[in-house]
Design a protein around this ligand. Sequence first.
Ligand code: HEC
Ligand code: HEC
Length: 338
Amino acid sequence: MHRYLAAAIALAVAVPGVASAEPSLADLKAQYRRPASVPAPANNPVTAEKVDLGKTLFFDPRHSGAGNMSCATCHNPARGWGDGLATGIGAGEKHLGRRSPTIINAAWGEIFMWDGRKESLEDQALGPIQADVEMNKKIDELVGDIARLPRYQKMFKAAFPGEAIGAPTIAKAIASYERTVVSGEAPFDRWIAGDENAISEDAKRGFKLFNGKANCAACHKSWRFTDDSFHDIGVHSKDRGRAAVVEGAPIELEHAFKTPGLREIALRGPYMHDGSVPTLEAVVYHYASGFAQRESVSGEIKPFKVSKSEVADLVAFMRTLTGKGPAVTVPVLPTSEE
Ligand code: HEC
Ligand code: HEC
């Protein structure tokens, strides 16, 4: 079943006016516990050799036509693996239509891009290299450039014994590296694990609002804070989002975008697919009363009254989701000399 249908059915069975028993705080907290391991597809298990190669490719500007842009230009570890811009800037300084999303926790992602047009990280990886507005390089040229360098030859041999250097192995290596980009343990995780002092009282009130009156958890679910589904939350933009990539899309998919996860969210403003909302405070006001009124807006988006201190509590809660991951080292790139 398509996920948007599932969402519609879930909506239909929630009978308005019939109060369901409120979950206890302990039950709520249990929904946000971190998983113990990182998933990978059976046809591309993560190995140290693939990760090493994928990381080098991720940071290598040979990917771009002009030789000046790598994946990390727009997915920059120093910026929460985004770029801090309202919308990305690609080859020839061309502005892209949408904001560069983070790649943190993409290992758990079920579908990719703001509009869900990519099914897997492997499928996604070669898109930006070939898109003339992004990095603008032909894949054959890239393969040729890489295959000439002795260190890359060795790395490919170690990562993919018996397989050629080509689009499939490049994609598998980059995807494997992306699967290692996982949020570090945050104060919120320590609180969930039982340390009452890990977060402030403001943040605890914010967590209750998030799961209660503010209704944020209707879509920002689980430890990653996403349902991997698509909704119109009334961002004031003309972009049709998911509707432009699904044939015969129902009205709910007009202006619908993938729910972003909220881990490390404080590092990643400005917010939304078009970077139109500058701060986390402004995000809360957007949901309380600032959203566009149109037919496609999700039924879960309803105006609510919010005081200044409640806005501060919600923001304090979202700030507890930033963890300290391991420091990211930048690889030294292969040259023609070695
Ligand atoms: C010029 C900036 C730019 C460059 C360079 C770039 N990206 Fe992106 N990336 C974006 C933008 C913008 C999007 C969202 C586009 C959309 O949804 O329409 C995106 C989306 C993604 C996503 C989907 C994330 C999600 O949660 O759905 C992944 C994964 C990703 N890029 C990986 C890469 C990799 C790997 C490279 C290098 C091969 C790369 N990107 C190069 C800007 C860039
Ligand atoms: C109906 C589902 C839904 C509900 C309810 C919801 N969100 Fe969202 N949220 C989304 C979607 C979808 C986006 C991306 C929308 C876009 O870019 O057009 C988003 C974007 C965001 C962003 C920006 C993320 C980024 O990377 O740009 C933040 C922060 C956020 N929501 C917090 C909240 C808070 C706080 C609440 C409760 C007050 C809430 N959300 C309620 C679905 C929802």
